[in-house]
Design a protein. Structure first.
Lengths: 116, 116
């Protein structure tokens, strides 16, 4: 089952290009806050805020190692998000089927009109 | 190609359960702002704000018909969003492959130790 709170947190977390790039970077292996911040020319505080949002969505786990905070990918696999989007796409296509049936009906009515 | 701005708008738009339910409702056919607001006991102004966010993401189209604003599903099919999530899931699985290879290596090393 898809839980609304999980979807809210997960979709919000990936609704930012910096956070999406952080996930891609962590896909290559763990990284410190400093390593994550560097390519964005971002402060550690700024990156820590993004990482917090990703942690709230279970997309990232971080831990203090000495004076460094090390981040890695978390347990969230975006399966609920994927399920919701698939559901929406089927809904969208059915809407098109409905419209198509409607236009076929209109065309049929036109055809009849032309024959008469 | 996946465009960052599109993904930002689309993921933000679906990061709210009211907006997701509005999309599902519109999958059944067009509805006025009033009809959309009613099940949430929400003001027209509140619902208009949600619809604006959905319109900015091309998920909804609305038009004035007399004194009513009628909404229907827009052209956005969430294909970029789906593509990004699929990409992330492959990334996440590869990370697991990497970890598995690592643990196999550790086990191998242990095995050798036990044999010796």
């Amino acid at each position: 089952m898809v839980h609304h709170e999980v979807l809210d947190r997960v979709f919000s977390a990936v609704a930012d290009s910096t956070r999406r790039e952080v996930l891609v970077r962590l896909g290559r292996g763990p990284a410190s806050l400093g390593e994550l911040a560097e390519p964005f020319a971002m402060s550690l505080t700024g990156m820590a805020k993004h990482v917090r949002v990703l942690e709230d969505a279970d997309l990232v786990i971080s831990e203090k190692v000495g004076r460094t905070r090390v981040c890695r990918l978390g347990e969230e696999r975006l399966e609920d998000a994927m399920a919701w989007i698939s559901f929406y796409q089927r809904l969208w296509e059915r809407r098109l089927d409905g419209l198509e049936a409607y236009f076929t009906l209109l065309k049929g009515a036109d055809g009849k009109g032309a024959d008469a």
